[in-house]
Design a protein around this ligand. Sequence first.
Ligand code: SF4
Ligand code: SF4
Length: 439
Amino acid sequence: MRAKTFPRGIHPPEFKSLSEHLAFETLPAPDKVYIPLHQHFGAPAKSLVNKGDEVLVGQKIGEAPALFSADVHSSVSGKVLAVEPYIHPAGRPVLSVAIQNNGEDRRVDPGDIPADPTALSAEEIRKKVKEAGVVGMGGAAFPTAVKLSPPKDKPIDTVIINGCECEPVLTADHRLMLEFPEDIINGALLVRKATGAARIIIGVENNKKDALDLLRKKAAGTGIEVETVKTKYPQGAEKNLISAILKREVPKGGLPFDVGVVVQNVATAKAVWDAVARNLPLYERPLTVSGPMVTTPKNLIVRIGTPFQAVLDSCGGINGEADTLIMGGPMMGLSQWTADVPVIKGTSGILLWKMDRSPREYACIRCSRCVDHCPMGLVPTQIMKLVKYDHLEKAETWGAQDCVECGSCQYGCPAKIPLVHWIRLGKNKIISIKKKKSA
Ligand code: SF4
Ligand code: SF4
C-alpha cells in the first residue's frame, strides 16, 4: 500500500544515519543551569524564587500568569544564584533563574501517584499536564493543557500522534518510539480522554520501519491505529499530517480544532504520561546532538537549562571547521551566535554545520520551483516581492500569514533568494500593524 502524504514538499538529504541507531544516554546535570521563565508560546512565567533560595529538582520556580503560558520547574537541586535576564536561544535575553547545582539531586515529593492514570477525568488530566508545565516538544512549545481543552463548539473526533520527525538529522523522536513505545501509547490514550476524541492515529514516516513495526505490536488491542506516511518534508507540519492521514484541509488562518483534530508530537505524548502517571514535571527533555561537525553524535536526555556548550562537550566537541550552531533541525531551526545559550523545552536538537556561505543572491528567474514546493499552496516569490516593497496588505491577501516558515521554497531556489526571511519579516510587520490598530 502506498504511504499517505500531502501535496508538494521536498526531499532534502536526511543525515539521520549519524544517530538513528544510538540509544539515549542521560547527560549528568551540569554545575549551573540557566532556566528561562519564557520558553513556551504565550506569556512568560512569573518567578516564584529569589536569589539565595534553595530549590529541589522538579520544584516549581515559575508560575504561568495566563492561560497561554506554562509553569517552569527547576532541573537541579541547589541555590538560586540570580533571577535576571540571560541569553536565550530565541535571540533576545529572557528573565531566567540561574541555579548552582549542589550535586545532591534532591527531588520534590511527587505526591500521590495515581493507581490507574487512565481512570482520571479529563479535567484531572488537563490539571496535571498544566501543573507539570508540559508544552509541545516538537519545537513550537505550545502549552499542552490548552491543546487538551478544545472549544465546546469544536468537538474533536481524532487525535493524531506525530511521529514523523521529518526534519533532516534529528532522531530523538525516532529513538523515543523505539525505547519508550508504551509511554507514548499511554500518553496518547490520556490525550484522547482529555479531548473527548474517539480515534487515535500515530503517524510515522516510512523511513522508520522499526518504529512502525514496534508501535503496531505494542498498540495491538488498544484501538490505536498506526499509519505509515511518506518520508517527505514537511510531512510533520500539523496541517500536512492532517491532510495526509485524514484528507481534511485546515482552513486558511484556522487550527486543527476547526477540522476536529488535535495533533501531539510523540515526545509530548510521553511527557503527558510522565506528568499524569508519574507526577513528573517537564525539567528534562530528549534531543539529538548531530551534524557532520559533531565528533560523536548522540541522542541525549538533557536537563532544561544546561548550556549548549556542556552538551557539545559531552559529544567530544567540534570536529573540523563548523561555522553554524543550530537549535532544532536544519530546515526550521534557529541559528545561535553562542554555545552558552541554555537547553529549553523546545530544544529538539543541537546541530553543528559548515554552511555554504556564498553570499551572492541572483534575480528571480521565475522558474516557479518555490511555488511547486510550497506545502501551503502559496506563491512565495510574489509574497517576497510584496513584502520587499512594503505592500503588506497585498502580501496578506496573497496568504503571507499562512506561511508555516518551513523553508521548502528557499531550499530549491536557484537564485538563492532568502524567501523565508522576507516572508517572516512581512508576517511580523502585519502582526504589529494589527496590534497598533487594535490598541
Ligand atoms: S524558486 Fe527562486 S528563482 Fe524560482 S521563482 Fe521562486 S524565487 Fe524565483
Ligand atoms: S512560503 Fe512558507 S509555507 Fe510555503 S514553502 Fe515557503 S516557507 Fe514553506
